[in-house]
Design a binder for this molecule. Structure first.
Ligand code: CA
Length: 257
């Protein structure tokens, strides 16, 4: 497994495509790009990227449909680019499987910082191909470094940060990297409440007290990701087995049963 990072750019505007290619190459990616949704899915299938940037308005199928098709074959981090900032777009995109949004126009330096943050926090499936050390069960707070594999368990759910896998009652569940980080953060907080802002900052790879701006739509993104996660795990918001909503505040892991 090569350490080389791979990105796929799906963008029909030639200038923006060139800019995205340049930014990603500077961040150390091998970049493959295309101007349509269908060929973007083909590129993802053949190049197995770590990261995909996806324009919303494409000449054939739109970015939502493209994200849906990519999600069926890949767990790449999907960044959706849109000129529209309506919340409805954000929600649709996240439900289609995108991990985050960047609105156009964007500054190359900001995009680069964001991409670097994504790759820092992402331990892609490639990590699981390394020789796995013996499994060690830890119950630590997130952020505390732990040697070897770390596994979290709660009410029949098992989350392994080294193999990047989630199992419910012995059955593997497929979650996106963003969902994985949220679940890991909540389970690692052992019943302590994490506010939506905390979770937004965790996804940005920042500390809770960084004081950076968190918008309503950032918080809404966290809600949507957690909604998707609950659906995939088969959890219920009203009778939570793993993720409990603390109304008006945030979330915490459910009590052990
Ligand atoms: Ca476009």
């Amino acid at each position: 497994m090569s350490d080389r990072r791979v990105a796929v750019v799906v963008e029909d505007d030639e200038d923006i495509r060139g800019l995205l290619e340049a930014v990603l190459q500077q961040s150390g990616f091998d970049v493959h790009s295309t101007d349509s949704g269908v060929s973007g899915v083909v590129l993802v299938e053949s190049h197995r990227p770590d990261l995909v940037t996806l324009d919303l308005g494409l000449p054939d199928i739109d970015g939502f449909e493209t994200a849906r098709r990519i999600r069926m074959i890949s767990d790449a981090h999907i960044v959706m680019l849109t000129a529209r900032t309506d919340e409805i777009d954000t929600v649709l995109g996240l439900e289609a499987g995108a991990d985050e949004y960047v609105t156009k126009p964007f500054r190359p330096r900001e995009l680069r910082a964001r991409v670097d943050a994504i790759m820092r926090r992402r331990t892609g499936p490639g990590a699981s191909e390394k020789q796995a050390p013996a499994v060690e069960v830890v119950e630590s707070d997130p952020g505390v470094p732990v040697a070897g594999d770390s596994v979290r368990m709660l009410n029949g759910l098992l989350l392994n940060s080294s193999t990047y896998t989630v199992e419910v009652d012995g059955q593997a569940k497929t979650v996106t990297p963003t969902e994985f980080i949220l679940l890991d953060t909540l389970l690692g907080s052992k019943g302590h409440i994490r506010t939506k802002s905390d979770l937004v900052r965790r996804l940005r790879d920042e500390t809770n007290d960084s004081g950076t701006f968190v918008s309503v739509s950032d918080e809404r993104s966290v809600e949507v990701h957690l909604g998707n996660l609950r659906r995939k795990l088969g959890d219920s918001a009203s009778e939570p087995r793993w993720i409990e909503t603390v109304r008006g505040v945030g979330y915490r892991s459910a009590a052990r049963r």
